[in-house]
Write a protein that binds this ligand. Structure first.
Ligand code: NAG
Ligand code: NAG
Ligand code: NAG
Ligand code: NAG
Ligand code: NAG
Ligand code: NAG
Ligand code: NAG
Ligand code: NAG
Length: 478
């Protein structure tokens, strides 16, 4: 996260520089006006009125989203919606008439949700294009091999569309490229080895596609890389040794949700700048390398859902904020000391880690920052009452499938609490009124009794208790 913020910020600076209005704003060139009005007529719905200022006869350099840097010629088109807000969407297709904008070199069509059609071919008539951000729309079809002709590109993102087929190997020709983002499409096939030629690349994101085969040995060429995300694909094999070349700079490495296997490579511990490491949902086996003790700068470590075994190294991670070791073959017994002593941890997930503690004895040095705690599927006894009484910002507490035994009525709910799963324990007492403020609740299969307070949860949230009654369960007997 930190890293992508930095990258976003630097791109923003770039954007702002480029969006500085032209000094002499003469009326725009007729070709540009015609091209833009052609784009507008390809738009079938514009609920937020993004294009209402686009009127024939008025200076198109003053239209919303338009930048003219070279006198009267349009150089950038920038229409950006709010993520997930359908009001700020645009529907329709990207008109080929944009090829009339002979000086256009940057296009930002982001989060508009509903632009459809193929990759916009008009771009190939403008070989000096430097920035393409067509993100979070519904464009489909292949990414044409011809993008390899746009050799001036410094940023190419078509993230969050429906592009399919292979990643064109011609992308390796884009030697100026600093950002390449193809995530969230339906791309398949192998990661092309030609990407190794992108020596200026700082961010490479191919996540959430259907890419398969091994991770190619592209890293010796990618010496500028800071952020790498291949998560949510079907990649096999292990991370190639050549990745270790990136140790001085790489800050963000995400390869979760693939089919990677073997031992976790020991060279990862040399990544002194690494702040996020996600190897989750793969097939990694054996113990975590002892040398991980040297990953002192890590903020986010996710090794969950592999087949890792004991012993776990003692990590010296003063700065760790988010840790997930859930669902491996660990038998920790107790919560590691380095976790208890971590001063700023806020998300702790140790589900199915073979914990056999009494929860009352879990007294982390800091509880103030905790927002997620997941201790599900262990053999934890006792009560979370003391722990939850010391958290002020807890959003989710998950402890299903343990041996907790306490009076639910004595639990204090932080104002921020939204998710509570205490199913399959030995909890007794009544369900307190405070549950009505939660978004999700599961207290099924415990020993609770009495009338339920007003709530909006399904019956499954309360099933399998001793004598609960009232909506959504059958009414209480008078
Ligand atoms: C969506 O965007 C519109 C227009 O900018 C705004 O008025 C509205 O409040 C937004 N809706 C949400 C849910 O953010
Ligand atoms: C998206 O566009 C299609 C046709 O272009 C239209 O039928 C549909 O209503 C649009 N959806 C939204 C959410 O605007
Ligand atoms: C553009 O790319 C295609 C396919 O990669 C190639 O055949 C063609 O010669 C290129 N055109 C130019 C003008 O470079
Ligand atoms: C990479 O960027 C540097 C400036 O940071 C530039 O001088 C160089 O030409 C670029 N390399 C390539 C292959 O484009
Ligand atoms: C992990 O390996 C096992 C056995 O080799 C295999 O059955 C399973 O599908 C693999 N899982 C993933 C996520 O690759
Ligand atoms: C940590 O790094 C230092 C210096 O590179 C090295 O000497 C030491 O053996 C490493 N520690 C572990 C546990 O690998
Ligand atoms: C919760 O903490 C407060 C002080 O912060 C204390 O007065 C109260 O007794 C505690 N409740 C429980 C159940 O431990
Ligand atoms: C509650 O938990 C039980 C057991 O863990 C599970 O089977 C059930 O699907 C859950 N129900 C809800 C509504 O989350």
């Amino acid at each position: 996260m930190h890293c992508s913020l930095v990258l976003t910020a630097s791109l923003l600076v770039l954007t702002l520089l480029r969006l500085t209005p032209a000094a002499s704003a003469a009326a725009c060139h007729p070709d540009d006006e015609a091209g833009l009005l052609g784009f507008k007529s390809g738009i079938t719905a514009d609920p937020s009125g993004m294009l209402t200022s686009w009127k024939k006869g008025s200076d198109c350099c003053q239209w919303f989203g338009i930048t003219c840097l070279t006198g009267s010629r349009v150089t950038a088109l920038s229409l950006v919606g709010r993520p997930g807000n359908l009001t700020t969407s645009l529907s329709g297709k990207i008109s080929p008439s944009l090829s009339k904008l002979k000086f256009l070199d940057s296009i930002y069509l982001q989060d508009l949700n509903n632009l459809t059609g193929p990759f916009p071919d008009f771009i190939f008539t403008l070989p000096n294009f430097i920035i393409i951000y067509i993100e979070n729309n519904k464009l489909s079809g292949p990414i044409p091999a011809r993008v390899g002709n746009l050799t001036q590109l410094i940023a190419f993102s078509v993230e969050g569309n429906r592009f399919s087929g292979p990643i064109p190997s011609s992308l390796g020709n884009l030697g100026q490229l600093s950002q390449l983002k193809l995530g969230g499409n339906r791309l398949s096939g192998a990661i092309p080895a030609t990407l190794k030629r992108l020596s200026n690349l700082t961010l490479l994101s191919l996540e959430r596609n259907q890419l398969s085969g091994p991770i190619p040995d592209i890293f010796p060429g990618l010496t500028s890389l800071i952020s790498l995300s291949f998560s949510h694909n079907k990649l096999t094999g292990n991370i190639p040794n050549s990745l270790s070349i990136l140790a001085p700079k790489l800050r963000f490495l995400e390869v979760g949700h693939n089919s990677l296997s073997g031992a976790i490579p020991g060279f990862l511990s040399k990544f002194q700048a690494l702040d996020t490491l996600d190897l989750s949902w793969n097939n990694y086996t054996g113990p975590v390398p002892k040398s991980f003790a040297n990953l002192t700068k890590i903020f986010n470590l996710d090794l969950s859902y592999n087949r890792l075994t004991d012993p776990f190294p003692v990590l010296n991670v003063k700065g760790i904020e988010s840790l997930d070791l859930s669902h491996n073959l660990f038998n920790f017994g107790s919560i590691p000391k380095w976790v208890i002593s971590s001063p700023i941890i806020y998300s702790l997930k140790l589900a199915k880690c073979g914990l056999k503690i009494k929860l009352d004895d879990f007294r982390p040095v800091q509880t103030y920052f905790y927002d997620y705690i997941d201790l599900s599927e262990n053999e934890i006894t006792g009560s979370p009452v003391q722990l939850l009484n010391r958290t002020d910002f807890l959003v989710g507490f998950y402890a299903s499938g343990n041996k907790l035994k306490f009076d639910l009525g004595s639990l204090r709910f932080a104002k921020t609490l939204k998710y509570l799963d205490l199913s399959r324990n030995m909890i007794y007492g009544k369900v307190p009124k405070a549950v009505s403020g939660l978004s999700k609740l599961n207290v099924s299969r415990n020993h609770l009794c009495g009338a339920l307070p007003p709530n909006k949860f399904p019956a499954a949230s309360f099933a399998g208790n001793d004598c609960l009654c009232g909506s959504p369960l059958p009414p209480c007997k008078a």
